[in-house]
Design a protein around this ligand. Structure first.
Ligand code: PMP
Length: 341
């Protein structure tokens, strides 16, 4: 019989899938670099964040910060929340997520479905107000038995990528990877994967270029945090989990390009992914074009796709929402033909 004892045994070991049509390379890419997508939405909680959730919880168990029957408190409503809720439920911990009232009901309901508690705080109060998002999460995390993972400062966030995502990519490409492209939120992915790949390449006497993709306006590409719409990536501050020495280069991608490419991935590669995946894949496509122009048909580009498009059906995949912000919609968003972009 083939089975696992828990869904947690299925975290990681995601496949690499070759991108083809959306790259728009000359001659169908015959003499062009290989571009491989690391499909992280195939993790059991639906995103790359399952990896950090399980690693941060294991480390807190080992250090004694998280005791049996304890409560995990984190101010998140996104993929990290789902990962933590899933791992917590399997291991018998309680979970409390604090989120501002602007977070959609759908997102809150996903967390509740796993058995987590969601505390909603008003956006319209000052940070020093007792009901503010910051104060409520601080108060809850100081209660007896509570533990706050804090994905923005927890070293086990990048470490999970150094120990799993990085080695998987190195082995799956048999050490032939030459370029790694990923978006940056906490910076955990790029820091952990990037460091592992660079170390391995140095040992093998080769080189891996580590390339960050970033929404225009975010600090990673020299901005001040000006608003952008793509979710999960870009910051207005420098997180502790981001290792500034790892990225060789950062490619800035506009919301418009991120969203239209996200739609193309669904239409042309059958990959229903989120906007941050579209952003990273758009940057990888640019890298592939540069390499093709240099005749680098030996290059192997790996791009990480963090989550599924299911969570964005009312946004990126909704023409009214896109139209409201002046982005290409309908036929334009979906039917761009090869060479047009
Ligand atoms: N994309 C999405 C959808 C995410 O939720 C995140 C995590 N914030 C990222 C990309 C970026 O990953 P990291 O935090 O490891 O930089």
């Amino acid at each position: 019989m083939q089975y696992v004892n828990s869904l947690l045994d299925l975290i990681g070991n995601t496949p690499l899938v070759r991108l083809s049509r959306t790259l728009d390379l000359p001659d169908g890419g015959a003499d062009a670099p290989l571009v491989l997508a690391k499909v992280e939405y195939l993790n059991p909680g639906g995103s790359v964040k399952d990896r950090i959730a399980s690693r941060m919880i294991e480390a807190a168990e080992a250090s004694g910060e998280l005791q049996p029957g304890g409560t995990i408190v984190e101010p998140t409503s996104g993929n990290t929340g789902v990962g933590l809720a899933m791992v917590a439920q399997q291991k018998g911990y309680k979970c409390v997520f604090v989120c501002p009232d602007k977070v959609s009901e759908d997102k809150r309901n996903v967390l509740k479905a796993y058995g987590a508690e969601v505390v909603v705080c008003p956006t319209a109060v000052a940070p020093e107000h007792p009901d503010s998002y910051y104060n409520v999460s601080d108060r809850l995390s100081k209660e007896p038995g509570a533990w706050k993972p804090d994905q923005y400062s927890n070293p086990h966030n990048p470490r999970s990528h150094y120990e799993t995502t990085g080695p998987e990519i190195w082995e799956q490409t048999e050490g032939k990877i030459t370029h790694f492209v990923t978006g940056m939120g906490t910076g955990g992915t790029i820091s952990g994967v990037g460091r592992y790949l660079k170390e391995q390449a140095a040992l093998a006497g080769t080189d891996v270029q580590v390339i960050g993709a970033d929404p225009a306006g975010s600090v990673y590409s020299g901005g001040s945090g000006r608003p952008y719409l793509v979710e999960g990536v870009g910051e207005d501050f420098w997180p502790e989990t981001y290792d500034r020495s790892v990225a060789d280069r950062v490619i800035e991608v506009s919301d418009a390009d991120s969203f239209s490419f996200t739609r193309r991935l669904a239409r042309e590669e059958a990959m229903l992914v989120g906007g941050s995946a579209g952003m990273a894949a758009y940057a990888a496509r640019q890298v592939a074009h540069e390499l093709a122009a240099e005749g680098r048909s030996d290059a192997v580009v790996v791009v990480l796709l963090p989550d599924s498009g299911r969570g964005y059906l009312t946004k990126v995949f909704n023409d009214e929402w896109l139209g409201q912000y002046g982005f290409a919609t309908g036929a334009q968003a979906d039917h761009r033909t090869v060479g047009e972009v």
